[in-house]
Write a protein that binds this ligand. Structure first.
Ligand SMILES: CC(C)(COP(=O)(O)OP(=O)(O)OC[C@H]1O[C@@H](n2cnc3c(N)ncnc32)[C@H](O)[C@@H]1OP(=O)(O)O)[C@@H](O)C(=O)NCCC(=O)NCCS
Length: 81
């Protein structure tokens, strides 16, 4: 996303829309996401959208930085009721 648009909570709003679709239209019970432990801003997006921190998976991912720890957030249907 263009830097001009950071900090306006656009990504949390977009993620909430995706989660509404997955729970209310598709009928899912659980939605989970992970981010590189070195990108905590992505975790803030997940938390603001209503996801809860589950844990950090050691050396579970790989990107251009190499092998990375992944932080996992999730939301289950019961969280929304
Ligand atoms: C991270 C990103 C996706 C968040 O989306 P957003 O629409 O800006 O979401 P928010 O406005 O809710 O901001 C989320 C967090 O990002 C950080 N943030 C937002 N704007 C920022 C800015 N201009 N400078 C520094 N940090 C900023 C803050 O920590 C914020 O959390 P807070 O509100 O608790 O302080 C977006 O800012 C972005 O694309 N950043 C650059 C790329 C990046 O870091 N991507 C993630 C790894 S791939």
């Amino acid at each position: 996303m263009s830097k001009a648009y950071w900090g306006q909570e656009l990504m949390p709003e977009a993620l909430k829309g995706v989660m509404d679709y997955l729970f209310d239209v598709v009928g899912m019970n659980r939605v989970a996401a992970t981010h590189d432990v070195n990108n905590p801003k992505s975790g803030r997006v997940m938390a603001k959208a209503g996801m809860k921190y589950e844990g950090t998976l050691r050396q579970a991912g790989r990107n251009i930085q190499g092998v990375i720890d992944e932080v996992c957030y999730s939301c289950i249907r019961a969280d929304r009721e």
